[in-house]
Design a protein around this ligand. Structure first.
Ligand code: MF3
Ligand code: CO
Length: 250
């Protein structure tokens, strides 16, 4: 069941979203070659706590850190470590924050130093994909329209959509119904939910240069492309309104 949020709940989610957005802006400013992803984790965790938020990833199914840092062929759930960022890397930073019992979740992919033209194109397309998907959101539209928009745009640019991981409803918990695949399949069309005012959704296209197949590394978290080609990830938490989407993670 998809739970619609009240005005009051949405304002609490907006506070969580603001902390998430500011943390990502900090990540974007400070992520540089030579910095370890653990340093980034520590700094963002400190920022979130200082703002009165709780980093919700930490402890989620045993996940050990406050943010996810996924580099290059890593798609999602990369664990911060002593690995140093290098010139030319693309770094996805994903963060979820709870504030007064409500959660917001967002991600960006950051270029480190000078990146290849191909990588730059991948990042631009992924961010545009998210923005276009958000533009399809409006009360009374169907959920599949969001998924279709993502798949069509990504494939029109010659990239692939990751199929093994999805966006999700969000609110009192980080993951709520519905699942939001980034492509259209039979299962999605069977339930095809009508979007209602007050539904809160985390939209998160994960796209890649090569084939969409994924693999989980031995650490049991980090998801990589099987062909080890580059992947990017952008995410926003939004609320459905009568005349569009209200983005909470800005
Ligand atoms: N932002 C991700 C999601 O929406 C990842 C969280 S997984 C965690 O599913 F384990 F790191 F928390
Ligand atoms: Co998410």
């Amino acid at each position: 069941m998809i739970v619609c949020k009240s005005k009051r709940e949405i304002e609490l989610m907006r506070k969580a979203g603001r902390i998430v957005a500011d943390a990502l802006e900090i990540a974007n400013e400070i992520a540089k070659k030579g910095m370890t992803t653990e340093t980034l984790n520590r700094k963002l965790e400190k920022y979130v706590l200082q703002k009165g938020g709780i980093p919700v990833f930490k402890g989620y199914r045993g996940y050990p850190k406050s943010i996810c840092t996924s580099i290059n062929e890593e798609i999602v759930h990369g664990i911060p470590s002593q690995r140093k960022l290098r010139d030319g890397d693309i770094l996805s930073v994903d963060i979820g924050v709870e504030y007064n019992k409500y959660v917001a979740d967002a991600a960006i992919t950051i270029p480190i130093g000078v990146i290849s033209k191909g990588a730059e194109n991948l990042l631009n397309v992924c961010e545009e994909t998210l923005n276009k998907a958000i533009e399809t959101i409006c009360a009374n539209n169907r959920l599949s329209e969001v998924s279709r928009s993502i798949q069509n745009y990504v494939e029109s640019k010659g990239f692939s959509v990751i199929r093994d991981y999805t966006g999700h409803g969000i609110g009192r918990k980080m993951h709520e119904a519905p699942q939001i695949p980034n492509f259209v399949n039979k299962e999605l069309l069977k339930s095809d939910e009508i979007l209602l005012q007050g539904m809160a959704l985390a939209i998160e296209p994960m796209i890649c240069v090569g084939k969409h197949y994924t693999e989980v590394l031995k650490n049991r978290w980090t998801v990589v492309t099987r062909d080890r080609k580059l992947s990017a990830h952008f995410e926003h938490t939004v609320v459905v309104t009568e005349n569009g989407a209200d983005i909470l993670t800005v």
